[in-house]
Design a protein around this ligand. Structure first.
Ligand code: GLN
Length: 244
């Protein structure tokens, strides 16, 4: 299908609360990489109290424990709806705090366990120290295999069942600093600890998500045209192997 005839609906979940370390750069990347190809983007910002309608792609950023508490209640109110969106093939990307809420629960240091929405078979408990630094990881989902970013979390995430690791860290801690896994995915739901923000420095993964969302909407695989990613690729290369 000609790209100029394509449309994609993208929802940004709770950006007023979960937008740590410029995670909004992920939404800007997704929107721009569609618009530069002539793909029309229906964009919706979802805030506390808003109904969550059907979309092809949902994004949620990271945040401090307090903001996560407010968002967790809202997400839980929409759990069944979002689970059915997942099972219909919708694409989800969650960064750090948002990723943690994609699991069954997040248990912070000094507050009650926050219920997650179980899009991923995973759970998170607060660790004794914060993981803060550059991360290089390797995934088998895209080429090049490297994913780069910056982590800043105390939560330790453990994945189980059919949920698979997004990548394996070569530098940094990732999910918990023990199993060497970074992030997770199940069906078209993806979570990662990589801030930075993530997608501008990993445009191959951004296009991977857009192609998955287009396939969900149109029921066929659609290969995106190439963009001039010289600057983005330089930014990516500059971070590969960067010391923690
Ligand atoms: N509050 C969570 C933690 O510290 C998530 C932090 C974040 O989103 N960067 O693990």
């Amino acid at each position: 299908m000609e790209e100029k005839k394509l449309k994609l609906s993208i929802a940004h979940l709770y950006p007023k609360l979960l937008n740590l370390y410029g995670d909004i750069g992920n939404i800007i990347t997704l929107k721009k990489r569609c618009e530069w190809r002539g793909i029309t983007v229906d964009f919706e910002e979802i805030n506390i109290g808003d109904a969550i309608l059907a979309h092809d792609l949902y994004f949620i950023g990271g945040g401090q424990d307090k903001q996560q508490e407010d968002v967790a209640q809202e997400l839980y109110r929409n759990k069944e709806n979002l689970l059915s969106q997942r099972d219909d093939g919708a694409v989800f990307l969650g960064i750090c705090g948002g990723y943690q809420l994609f699991g069954h629960y997040y248990e912070p240091h000094n507050s009650e366990k926050l219920r997650g929405i179980s899009l991923l078979d995973a759970y998170t408990v607060a660790g004794e120290k914060r993981f803060i630094g550059n991360v290089t990881a390797k995934t088998n989902l895209v080429k090049p295999e490297t994913l780069v970013g910056f982590e800043n979390h105390s939560g330790l995430t453990y994945i189980q069942g059919e949920t698979k690791p997004l990548a394996v860290v070569t530098i940094g801690n990732g999910n918990n600093g023990i199993d060497k896994f970074e992030g997770a995915y199940f069906k078209n739901v993806f979570g990662t600890y990589l801030h930075g923000s993530f997608l501008p420095k990993n445009t191959h993964f951004a296009d991977f998500l857009i192609e998955l969302a287009l396939e969900k909407r149109y029921g066929e695989k659609i290969k995106l045209s190439k963009l001039d990613d010289e600057i983005e690729n330089k930014a990516h290369a500059n971070l590969v192997g960067k010391a923690y």
